[in-house]
Ligand binder design. Structure first.
Ligand code: NAP
Length: 470
């Protein structure tokens, strides 16, 4: 496939191969972009700024709605693309496509709600003869940098509101999963998006990242990815607005008064969705000690039922990790934890890029599985004395994106809501529950700012004051 600059689909001699992480089979190539391609894309985006700014809101809305229709009409093709270039099973990918359609439709709806207010200038003595208001205007060029794990919907979460708000975009998708993003770009162009409003540069972040994020014409960086890349980008960005959707090592608390079967079922799903490569996937489960053994037995039994296989087979529950290197990394982390005393209750073996769904107990505090983001199909079970201990340990990390709690006690739920340091808390469901219109983002190392269309639109537009001296 090709990259998109100034409305033209461009190929290059130097290419990057896109391969299926299950069996390394070849899928397609994309151009290997360089700093000149970034500069050309920024130039095109600069020329597109006035075009999208001046596009009536109803036109932006109809383009976004039409693109959503195109994605929906080709849903199975999009799902198969996600499942061949990435890790997700076909059932998971179908859900991602359905959500991406929603993300585009919500972007269209929110475009009509970008509103301002009148300002009571006469509240200040001496300003009695003044009237005015503020409205929100587009911020300009947005650099959108996206990760591999939701290669379609997380792109829609940046491109949808950016277009709705009248901005232009230079998109750099993850190098291992660029095809879903390019297909979304094609849907938008087929829907009538003017040239230059969306530009897509494919290429390695390590090679073109600096040229993109340090470009002075770019007014905002909207980044989703890991903390390491996020910190590098912040250091290079200079004076521009920054949105950071980063990682986490999400806690879930299971209280002794909860519906245990439901807690087990939903936590297993939350731990192993997308092979655990999910920023709000369940990583640390704190279980009140009265029910710990029962929970552990049921959780391990349910995990053992998960079927590993190729992503496109309908009954596969767990596909490959995104690369063999990532599977080797988690193998090292698990070996390190077991050397320090952790016990593997099930799983723990690697075959190429496949890592078995793995449940651990006695994970010592301070090792990587306990403190860092695993982004892999492993989950730690911890018995705790009571809710106070669970909350204290849930908070004792550098991340804070989502948390979950299972309880039938409303008092316990409200205590957790008040005291857990996160951007979202889910009661009686796994931490990985999300819909696309809610504010989404984290505290601590989990990020800066919020996505969720209405909230992204606040970040992607700015208020301009208008004052008449009568
Ligand atoms: P990543 O390695 O940080 O890469 C994310 C994107 O940044 C990719 O497009 C990457 O390009 C690019 N990049 C890397 N270094 C860069 C640099 N120096 N300058 C500019 N761009 C650079 O993350 P990932 O492995 O794809 O995704 C997993 C991470 O994303 C996890 O930590 C996960 O928690 C996080 N995530 C967060 C959310 C959220 O909403 N909070 C959602 C999903 C995922 P290349 O692909 O070319 O390296």
């Amino acid at each position: 496939m090709e990259m998109l600059i100034a409305g033209k689909w461009i190929d290059k001699e130097e290419k990057i191969e896109v391969r299926n992480p299950y069996d390394n089979s070849f899928i397609d190539t994309v151009p290997s972009g360089n700093a000149e391609d970034v500069a050309a894309a920024v130039k095109a985006a600069a020329e597109g700024c006035a075009v999208n700014r001046d596009l009536p809101v109803h036109r932006r809305m109809s383009i976004l709605r039409k693109a959503a229709d195109i994605v929906e009409e080709n849903a199975e093709d999009f799902a198969r693309t996600i499942s061949t270039e990435g890790s997700k099973t076909i059932r998971e990918s179908r859900k991602e496509v359905a959500r991406a359609v929603q993300t585009m439709l919500i972007s269209a709806e929110e475009a009509r709600r970008i509103v301002g207010e009148t300002i009571p200038f006469d509240s200040m003595p001496g300003s009695e003869n003044r009237v005015g208001y503020y409205f929100r205007f587009p911020i300009g060029i947005i650099a959108a940098i996206t990760p591999f794990n939701d290669p379609l919907n997380l792109v829609a979460h940046k491109v949808g509101p950016a277009i709705a708000g009248g901005n232009t975009v230079v998109l750099k998708p993850a190098t291992v999963t660029p095809l879903s993003a390019i297909k979304l770009g094609k849907a938008l162009m087929d829907a009538g998006l003017p040239d230059g409003v969306l530009n897509i540069v494919t290429g390695y972040g390590a090679k073109i990242g600096d040229a993109l994020v340090s470009n002075k014409r770019i007014r905002m960086i909207s980044f989703t990815g890991g903390v390491e890349a996020g910190e590098k980008i912040v250091k290079r960005a200079g004076l521009k607005k920054i949105g950071m959707e980063l990682g986490s090592n999400t806690p879930v608390i299971v209280c002794d008064d909860c519906d245990l079967d439901k807690a087990v079922e939903l936590s297993v799903s939350g731990a192993f969705w997308a092979v655990g490569q999910n920023c709000i996937g369940v990583q640390r489960i704190y279980i009140e000690k009265e029910i710990y053994k029962r929970f552990e037995t049921l959780f391990v039994a349910r995990t053992r039922q998960m079927k590993i296989g190729p992503q496109l087979e309908e009954d596969t529950d767990i596909g490959p990790m995104i690369t063999e290197g990532e599977a080797k990394r988690i193998e090292r982390w698990v070996n390190d934890a077991t050397k320090k005393g952790a016990k593997i209750l099930t799983g723990g073996k690697r075959r190429g890029s496949i890592y078995e769904p793995t449940v651990l107990a006695d994970v010592p505090s301070g090792c990587k599985l306990d403190k860092e983001e695993v982004f892999a199909p492993t989950v730690n079970l911890y018995p705790v004395k009571d809710l106070d201990e669970a909350i204290k340990r849930a908070n004792d990390v550098d991340y804070g994106l989502h948390a979950g709690i299972f309880t039938s006690d409303i008092g316990k739920a409200f205590k957790a809501i008040r005291e857990i340091e996160v951007g979202g808390i889910i009661i009686n469901d796994s931490s990985d529950y999300r819909i696309d219109m809610m504010p989404f983002g984290g505290v601590k190392n989990s990020g800066l700012g919020r996505e969720g269309i209405k909230f992204a639109l606040q970040e992607m537009t700015e208020p301009r004051v208008v004052c008449f001296n009568l």
